[in-house]
Design a protein around this ligand. Structure first.
Ligand code: CTP
Length: 399
């Protein structure tokens, strides 16, 4: 089926290049709907884009729609990508702040499609800490960027801020479009969050996992078209749209849910920080302090990843996480072997790292080959790197 891209056009002088971006997508067989900001429509007539696109350019949020629909919501559902080129500092700021006062900024909030932004502005504006903070905030939400280039700027200055070349923008857009179906027909099982092992109804043993990494991974699997099952321990996060979320509490409950879903899963990503121990004895009623002795007996919880590793069929790909405070790689390699995983994502934890944070630096380890290092990035971006690697590994496995 033909895919549709919404091309967002805002009022930078680089606007003339938007015509080439539009053509580039069309040449690749992609349908383009152009959405202009009111200021952009003062620079170039929307008519030019309408004639190139073969559909009416949208500028006004309150225009009478063609059919009985709410236009920005209808378009938001129809598109497979929102590509904004050129994007001014103003549009980037509004996206980052959640301001929706015209069609384009409303579309940004209304769509679940991936978003690609190609900034174009004066160098001082690009490098302004406010703009950089807005870009970082959007990256953390999953928005991707085509970096502006160096060269002559409209203001006569030379420097950073020129809109990237249209071919580069289209290339990136098509890459993202390809990714939206790269896991179609595949079932992905992701676990996330901590588990809680109760002592009594008010006390438990757990760890500080926030679940953010796992939730981002589930979000990424959905974005790539996979049937996604998220098995989550207790977190304060909103379940990702499009995934089937199963909420559990204890390691035993997580194991049960995983074993049930496992036979149909092509890919399993065990991002959960499963509690390693549970109390040997639990109570149905709150125990008074005096009733609890100076020591409490604990026992090991089931190792879910290892159990899945034993059941793994040749076509299934198993990914584990290794949270380590020291000797990160050596420990992760050992866990990869012992638990029969295909990939291990290692991250350093402790001292404020990884647990509960928005950023993560991960190292991906396979049985063979070099270690892949990401450097520090948002968990949103890390989930993309991890799934790119998972797809490459799955392809190798199925070749
Ligand atoms: N894991 C699991 N079940 C457990 C413990 C861990 O499935 N009971 C999984 C985690 O989800 C993770 C991987 O195993 O994908 C490694 O978890 P980690 O806590 O680092 O390893 P442990 O095996 O618990 O080793 P240790 O605590 O001794 O370092």
């Amino acid at each position: 089926m033909k895919k549709t891209v919404a091309l967002g056009v805002s009022s930078s002088v680089g606007i003339y290049k938007a015509c080439e971006v539009l053509r580039g997508f069309q040449k690749a067989g992609v349908e383009v709907r152009v959405v202009m900001t009111p200021n952009a429509a003062r620079l170039i007539s929307p008519l030019l884009f309408s004639s190139l696109a073969g559909t009416r350019t949208i500028v006004d949020l309150f225009e009478e729609p063609e059919a009985r629909t709410i236009q920005h919501v209808a378009l938001a559902k129809e598109i497979s990508l929102l590509c904004v080129a050129p994007a001014t500092a103003n549009v980037i700021g509004k996206f980052a702040g959640g301001v929706a006062d015209d069609f384009l900024t409303t579309l940004f909030l209304a769509t679940r499609a991936p978003v690609l932004v190609a900034p174009a502005m004066n160098e001082a504006m690009v490098l302004h800490p406010r703009t950089q903070a807005n870009i970082a905030r959007l990256r953390a939400l999953g928005v991707e960027f085509v970096e502006p280039a160096q060269g002559y700027l409209a203001c006569g200055d030379q420097g950073w801020g020129r809109l990237a070349e249209p071919e580069a923008i289209v290339r990136e857009g098509l890459r993202i479009l390809g990714r939206t179906e790269s896991l179609k027909g595949t079932t992905v099982l992701v676990t996330a969050g901590p588990t809680r092992e109760p002592l009594d109804p008010v006390r438990f043993l757990s760890n500080p996992s926030s679940g953010k990494m796992g939730y981002e991974l589930a979000r990424e699997a959905v974005a790539r078209g996979a049937k996604t099952i998220l098995i989550s321990g207790p977190t304060s996060l909103i379940p990702p749209a499009g995934a089937r979320t199963v909420l559990v509490n204890t390691a035993a409950e997580m194991e049960k849910a995983c074993l049930k879903a496992f036979p149909k899963a092509d890919i399993v990503v065990m991002a959960a920080a499963v509690s390693d121990f549970r109390f040997k004895e639990t109570r149905d009623r709150k125990a008074a302090k005096g009733e609890i002795g100076p020591s409490l007996a604990v026992e090991k919880t089931p190792d879910i990843l290892a159990a899945l590793g034993r059941r793994k069929k040749p076509g299934q790909l198993l990914v584990g996480f290794a949270a380590e405070t020291h000797d990160v790689l050596a420990h992760a390699r050992k866990k990869l072997e012992v638990k029969n995983a295909d990939l291990m994502v290692a991250n350093a934890v402790g001292n404020g790292r990884a647990f509960g944070t928005d950023d993560n630096a991960v190292r991906i380890i396979a049985r063979k080959g070099p270690v892949q290092e990401t450097g520090t990035m948002s968990k949103r971006e890390a989930s993309r790197v991890i799934f790119d690697r998972i797809e490459a590994e799955l392809e190798k496995k199925r070749r």
